[in-house]
Design a protein around this ligand. Structure first.
Ligand SMILES: Nc1ncnc2c1ncn2[C@@H]1O[C@H](COP(=O)(O)OP(=O)(O)OP(=O)(O)O)[C@@H](O)[C@H]1O
Ligand SMILES: [Mg+2]
Length: 345
């Protein structure tokens, strides 16, 4: 029986994947590049080391039948190596697009009916100066790779542009600053049998980090349907097998622009742990193990609140009052997601 799953990365998403796997009698092996990781107490086996350690990668490939990721920041060659011998969901082609903002933006804008914020590739200070003028003397400078929770991003304005004079501009884009109405996200999951969606949710960010998700998003049915239609288009272009989160900006004229893709379970889908019959992690397991995907069947309106940095010190209060999830991080860091809780609304 093929019931072994290898997971690249051992953070909280890996931890929740392990829990869903266990429920369905799937044995998990985590490959973590750090000693202390959230999934440690939840997986069946683990390997700790560098993704560039070929012997360890080989061992990992032999450990399982199927593979998945909990972060898109995994070296592409490791994913390709896995793909030569086994199956990985999502495929390396999808991760290749999602792990590089420039490739992602080019891909999205190549699909008819899909748009992103305006952007320019930045290779020098000269590029930065020229293009930020084009965007009205503002812009968000984003590293193309390895960014998450707003890391690797800088707001550029006439006040601080000189600061970037001696910057090494390898792998950056400048994005226009959008004056959006709301941020929403959609989760789409595809198996070889069927496709399901989690309803669009509304995401509230502060300092580029997700603070709160509201289910369902407070948008009209028309916008909701449009969001699902865009998600369908993107998933089908990617030939998705697995789960994909799509972050979108709802503009003041009701246009939807795509922000980014995450081909894995997503923080904005954590509400599904408590308020859906089938949560996002179980859907991922079903898609990998070639089962029919079940309609998520949302139960109630709710909010998911991230516990960030020092807020974690109040975890006893959160546990008493709400359904609190601890990510078992090794230490509290400013702007680090330490846990989350959900509240019925
Ligand atoms: N062009 C933009 N205009 C206005 N706000 C933006 C823009 N790009 C990003 N932001 C804000 O910053 C947040 C984080 O940006 P983005 O999603 O690109 O970064 P990230 O670091 O990859 O985040 P994560 O992977 O955690 O979602 C967005 O959710 C949004 O609130
Ligand atoms: Mg984002």
């Amino acid at each position: 029986m093929k019931n072994k799953l290898g997971i690249l990365g051992g953070g909280q998403l890996g931890m929740f994947i392990c829990q869903a796997a266990k429920k369905h009698n799937i044995k998990t092996t985590i490959f973590s590049n750090s000693q202390k990781f959230s999934a440690r107490g939840f997986c069946d086996n683990f390997l700790i080391g560098s993704f560039s350690d070929t012997i360890l990668v080989e061992k990992f490939i032999n450990s399982s039948d199927f593979f998945t990721i909990e972060t898109e920041n995994i070296p592409l060659q490791v994913l390709k190596l896995i793909e030569q011998k086994k199956k990985i969901f999502p495929s390396s082609n999808i991760v290749e697009i999602a792990q590089n903002r420039l490739k992602e933006k080019k891909f999205l804008n190549s699909i008819s009916g899909i748009k992103t914020a305006k952007y320019k590739e930045i290779n020098s200070f000269n590029d930065l100066e020229n293009f930020y003028k084009l965007f009205g003397k503002t812009g968000i400078l984003k590293s193309c790779e390895m960014g998450y929770d707003g890391k690797g991003q800088h707001h550029v304005s006439s006040k601080n542009i000189q600061k970037f004079k001696n910057y090494k501009f390898h792998g950056y884009i400048l994005e226009e600053v959008l004056d959006f109405k709301k941020e929403i996200s959609v989760l789409v999951c595809c198996s070889n049998k069927n496709t399901i969606f989690y309803p669009p949710v509304e995401n509230i960010h502060k300092n580029s980090i997700l603070r709160q998700t509201i289910h369902p998003a407070r948008i009209s049915d028309e916008i909701k349907n449009k969001a699902l239609m865009l998600a369908t288009k993107i998933a089908s272009k990617l030939k998705l097998q697995g789960i994909l989160a799509i972050e979108m900006f709802l503009m003041k004229n009701d246009e939807l622009l795509i922000n980014e893709l995450a081909p894995r379970p997503h923080n904005s889908g954590h509400w599904s742990l408590d308020f859906c019959k089938y949560n996002q992690f179980e859907s991922l397991i079903f898609s990998i193990f070639k089962k029919k995907l079940m309609n998520p069947e949302p139960i109630n309106k709710c909010k998911m609140i991230n516990v960030i940095g020092k807020d974690y010190e109040k975890k006893k209060i959160f546990s008493r009052k709400y359904k609190f999830y601890d990510y078992y991080k090794d230490e509290i860091k400013e702007l680090r997601k330490m846990g989350h809780y959900t509240v019925k609304s």
